[in-house]
Design a protein around this ligand. Structure first.
Ligand SMILES: C[S@@+](CC[C@H](N)C(=O)[O-])C[C@H]1O[C@@H](n2cnc3c(N)ncnc32)[C@H](O)[C@@H]1O
Length: 320
């Protein structure tokens, strides 16, 4: 049971995440305005070399405005998505409160949510998903062929689920699948996408407007993405859920899961051995080796050792 102090700290953090979302437009404008200021301070001679720059910065502001339209929709449901101390908590609304409670690294987190929305839930992200999620899904399917297993009885856990697409896809194949995530920015947005998005391509965002490198032109930066590319309704026989919290703290029941599938998660571990031990402990024992770690990098069918595999994709199935 969490102490009162712990509850207060969690609540304060939750409110600061909400305020960071609310301040996304102001914070983003501040950064663009800083660039405008730098531009304004150039000599006329230098300004001539950057004739389109001011116009481009205005386009970025339009992109920020468009992204910002999505935020109130998501926040409307954030207070009631957890059945706990956050529920129906009023958020401070004075400008001072908003200023004080914005997380310093928060803008980057909101920006990464927009990129992740593109990757997980837009048709533009399909090729990226094909490369990183499909090998994992194939591996799970391979280990649980439909003619030998009742997939609705196979429990698959996806820790570090981000915005939930991998877990959703596995559930859509008929498995009982649970995603787990501890980043509130991701949880708040995934709750909206997974429960409240009604129509395909309902929303328009500009995922790259904050990225000033790896662009040929401002048009690349202004590339738009629509989401969701599918209506996030898993198949009836499948069973899909998401949990909030630190994987190491939430999953303490031994031998509960048939399979643990992760993508770009193990490398987030402060202590990778602890993650692997936890995965081992929560997996149901099987028959053969201590732990079978299977992975593939795209089409290169190659097994890697523990040190190498941690940075790519993983499907864990325990055999003893
Ligand atoms: C690099 S992201 C990958 C997200 C998603 N799997 C994907 O491939 O797009 C890693 C995710 O793991 C989450 N994460 C890291 N450590 C975690 C932990 N101990 N418990 C739950 N989630 C965690 C992070 O918040 C982040 O969303």
């Amino acid at each position: 049971m969490m102490s009162e102090q712990g509850i207060l700290e969690e609540r304060a953090y939750f409110l600061s995440v909400i305020n960071t979302f609310k301040n996304y437009r102001n914070l983003s404008y501040n950064r663009i305005q800083h660039k405008e200021k730098c531009l304004g301070s150039l000599s006329d001679h230098h300004k001539k070399w950057l004739s389109n720059c001011s116009e481009d910065l205005n386009k970025l502001k339009e992109g920020v405005d468009k992204n910002y339209e999505f935020i109130p929709l998501v926040l409307k449901h954030a207070y009631t998505m957890f059945d706990n101390a956050y529920s129906n908590t009023p958020v401070p609304i004075t400008p001072t409160d908003q200023q004080e409670k914005t997380l310093s690294e928060g803008l980057e987190k909101v920006q990464s949510v927009f990129k992740q929305l593109m990757r997980d839930w837009s048709s533009l992200g399909a090729s990226e998903r094909q490369q990183c999620y499909q090998p994992i899904i194939d591996e799970v399917l391979l280990n649980y062929p439909e003619d030998s297993f009742k997939r609705s009885e196979i429990q698959v856990l996806v820790p570090g689920a981000g915005l939930g697409r991998l877990a959703f896809e596995i559930a859509s194949k008929g498995f009982r699948c649970q995603g787990n995530e501890f980043n509130l920015f991701m949880l708040i947005v995934s709750f909206y996408v997974l429960n409240l998005c009604q129509d395909i391509d309902q929303y328009l965002i500009y995922p790259w407007i904050h990225q000033f490198c790896n662009n040929h032109s401002v048009e690349d930066q202004m590339t738009e993405a629509r989401f969701p590319d599918v209506k996030p309704t898993p198949s009836e026989e499948g069973n899909f859920s998401m949990t909030a919290g630190d994987f190491l703290e939430v999953y303490t029941t031994k031998e509960e899961w048939d399979c643990v599938a992760t993508c770009f998660f193990i490398d987030c571990a402060p202590n990778v051995v602890q993650f692997i031990e936890t995965i081992y402990d929560i997996l149901k024992p099987g028959e053969k080796q201590p732990i079978l770690v299977q992975m593939e990098i795209l089409n290169r069918k190659k097994k890697f050792n523990l040190v190498k595999f941690i940075f790519v994709f993983q499907v864990f199935i325990r055999f003893v």
